[in-house]
Design a binder for this molecule. Structure first.
Ligand SMILES: [Zn+2]
Ligand SMILES: [Zn+2]
Ligand SMILES: [Zn+2]
Ligand SMILES: [Zn+2]
Length: 355
């Protein structure tokens, strides 16, 4: 019997993926290293790294998607690197619409801030960015970069882990480098210390900020069990839930999109548990009153009525003030539904406008 040879065709994007990721890592290292001496280049190189990581993820869907005009994509031109690639906005749009990888609004906003800052420096000459740089400007750049890295690192090591697993060592190295730059925020932290101490005396608690590493994240209870952390040093804000552990009763912190784990007995708290514990009573024969979240577009409905007039997504912990039925598909969704009978919603394609 003849043996059939299986020629595994190399995926056209594989080599480019590797080269995008390596370049992204290289630009990010440069950005961190040149922060103090060449802040302008740090901003520009940080942006380039971000753009390359996002493009690399898009490339994993299909090589043609990183070409600006997909309809003109040619494999030959692609392989020789002779093509116009997507902008960061197109890239985010394609990730959401084609790869089903929508980023959260605050991730988008944070990445756009990096882009806008870079554009400002590329197009106009700013003498303030010449060394020696003012320490407030430096602190602003560091805060921005720490936040963007927090979101990017979370994508690279959780949601997108399977794509970037081969680079986990380098990614961990970048994490260390970026942490090192947090010391540029020390003077801001010192200046805020009296205010933090005064608040603590009033009984307000502060925890270590996940983004900048200082004990400057102020905790505020919004409505039991939802809390907000807002960092006075880097302005990072986030929500979390405090839920008693189902096993041992110790309070467990549940993070946006990450669930929670009891530090005492390692019991995990997931969306199903939260829905059961905090969700409305559901009569099996009646329609569910749990809505779909337009923010995280979670596969399962995850938004429950919460507090007096609001709704809370138990997956991404976004508070919504409106829930309604899509006029096209009938799903219960968050956000403005006034035009959904014409356009559909984030969950349904809506009417086929070609008809
Ligand atoms: Zn912070
Ligand atoms: Zn426990
Ligand atoms: Zn959500
Ligand atoms: Zn719909």
């Amino acid at each position: 019997m003849k043996k059939r040879l299986h020629h595994q065709k190399p995926e056209p994007g594989a080599a480019l993926f590797d080269s995008l990721v390596r370049n992204a890592i290289d630009f990010l290292q440069k950005s961190v290293q040149e922060l103090e001496k060449h802040p302008k280049y740090s901003v520009i190189h940080f942006y380039m790294a971000l753009e390359l990581f996002l493009k690399a993820r898009l490339l994993r869907e299909h090589w043609a998607l990183v070409v600006s005009k997909v309809e003109k994509a040619s494999l030959q031109a692609f392989q020789s690197g002779d093509f116009n690639s997507v902008t960061i906005d197109e890239c985010l749009q394609r990730l959401a619409n084609i790869a089903n990888e929508s980023l959260l609004t605050h991730e988008h906003d944070c990445f756009r801030t990096i882009r806008d800052h870079r554009n400002k420096l590329v197009h106009f000459f700013h003498p303030d960015y010449q060394p020696p740089i003012d320490k407030n400007i430096l602190a602003q750049i560091v805060s921005e970069q720490c936040k963007a890295w927090f979101y990017l690192h979370r994508l690279l090591t959780s949601k997108w882990e399977i794509h970037f697993a081969n680079y986990h060592k380098q990614i961990a190295g970048l994490q260390k480098l970026i942490r090192h730059n947090q010391h540029f925020l020390m003077s801001k932290f010192n200046a805020l210390a009296p205010e933090i101490e005064a608040d603590k005396k009033k009984g307000i608690s502060f925890v270590t900020c996940h983004v900048c590493g200082y004990e400057s994240a102020r905790i505020e209870k919004l409505h039991d069990p939802l809390f907000e952390r807002s960092c006075l040093v880097c302005d990072w804000r986030s929500y979390f839930l405090k839920i008693p552990c189902p096993q041992c009763g110790k309070p467990v912190t549940v993070e946006s999109e990450g669930g929670g784990e009891c530090e005492e007995c390692e019991t995990t708290i997931d969306l199903d548990y939260l829905l059961e514990k905090l969700g409305p009573y559901q009569h099996p024969k009646e329609e569910s009153s749990i809505a779909r979240c337009s923010e995280c577009e979670n596969f399962e409905p995850s938004v429950i009525p919460f507090g007096e007039h609001e709704y809370l997504c138990l997956n991404c912990l976004t508070l919504h003030d409106e829930v309604g039925q899509c006029g096209w598909c009938g799903e219960l969704i968050t956000g403005d539904t006034s035009e959904t009978s014409i356009w559909g919603c984030f969950w349904c394609p809506g009417p086929d406008l070609k008809d």
